[in-house]
Design a protein around this ligand. Sequence first.
Ligand code: EPU
Length: 419
Amino acid sequence: MKSLCIKGGKPLCGTVKISGAKNAALPILASVILSRGTSVIHNVPRLSDVNIIIKILHALGVDIYRREDEALVCTVKNESCCTPPCELVQKMRASICVMGPLLAKRQKAKIAFPGGCVIGERPIDLHLKGMQYLGAHVETKDSHVELTSEFLCGAKMFLGSEFGSTVLGTANVMMAASLAEGTTVIENAAREPEVEELAKFLNQMGAKISGLGTNVLTIQGVAELHGTEYRIISDRIEAGTFIIAAAMTRGRIELQNVSPLHLACVITTLKRIGVTIVEYFDRIVVEGNNSYSPTQVCTKPYPGFPTDLQAQLASMLAIVLGKSCITEKIYPQRFAYVNELVKMGASIEQKGASVYIQGGKTLKGATVFASDLRASAALVLAGLVAIGETTIKHIHHLERGYENLQAKLSLLGADIMYK
Ligand code: EPU
């Protein structure tokens, strides 16, 4: 198994091009199941999660290939299969987003439960509730769930749990409702840019969705969706990770192909800590320095501070002198990185859904284990500023969500290599 080896202490300088958004690409690719004809999708990152959804779509009769210009060309060729392969579904929780399209287009979806996850409980009850509102019959078995419906009917629903809205739940219902008869209203819909992006893609395929970017989505069902050509937004979490990398290493990075608007809360938080950030239309320039202040942050659904940057921010606050606190409101157990940062010399204590950070410690290189995608990123950031050599094991998690991270960091001057 590959490891990443980082020799810390180099300030990152230069420009980096941010890749397409993983969490927009996955549901958009799944939504192709709903359509007839060919769709051409640009800016889809080369990631292992994307490879998994492509394999699932192949198994479900969708022909997909990467053109020379990197665009993915997708055409539904065979609509007979309603059961995505269990071994692939269990590799990635986002595979649940084929459920809505299969149910709406093929009247049936039999899908394995994606199983537990290191970032905490990730139930799919809201997805199922949404499908039931649309008229689906849902049968839950030990290892899988089976949904059937002769035809789906628009409905008004509230989609939410104690943790707020659901991103993929909203996506699943929106996709199914696009081909339902009549009008669906989703209240408390997720407002994440990736959900808005899916709605834009569906509308380009002929769907009638309004309320984009708000928490009330209205979907007027249509009889058919057609193929389209689309360019996916850039990955705000990858961008946020590079902003933190520049800040932590006291370097200067220009991020290209970004949407500063999608990072408003992250940028405000980092400016409050003391990082210099200048925003342009589709570029961000970040300059680190030596005088940062501790802070208190609470993760929230968009437009709040994203849970997907919580671990990376903790890594930064570990080196910022003073007491900081981060409270995780979306996944209260998403702290698997804490022990690994502590091994590197950080002083972080987890109590319930919060971590208390006594910052300003000098991090030292160590052998640490990545437990999930964003935890891996937090360890890479720590390695970039640690004294000596850090070896990160189980680095395959990183490849789920960061395209060419090692190469991009090397170009910015980091001493980072696969071993
Ligand atoms: N929830 C329920 N029931 C449900 C669905 C969700 O109780 O049926 C709860 C979850 O347990 C969680 C909260 O609601 O506490 C929010 O979960 P959500 O459904 O929004 O998460 P998701 O759609 O499964 C997406 C991203 C995650 C990101 C979350 C939150 C994709 C592929 N995944 O997951 O991204 O953390 O939204 O923003 O879009 C990542 O990229 O590293 C990642 C984990």
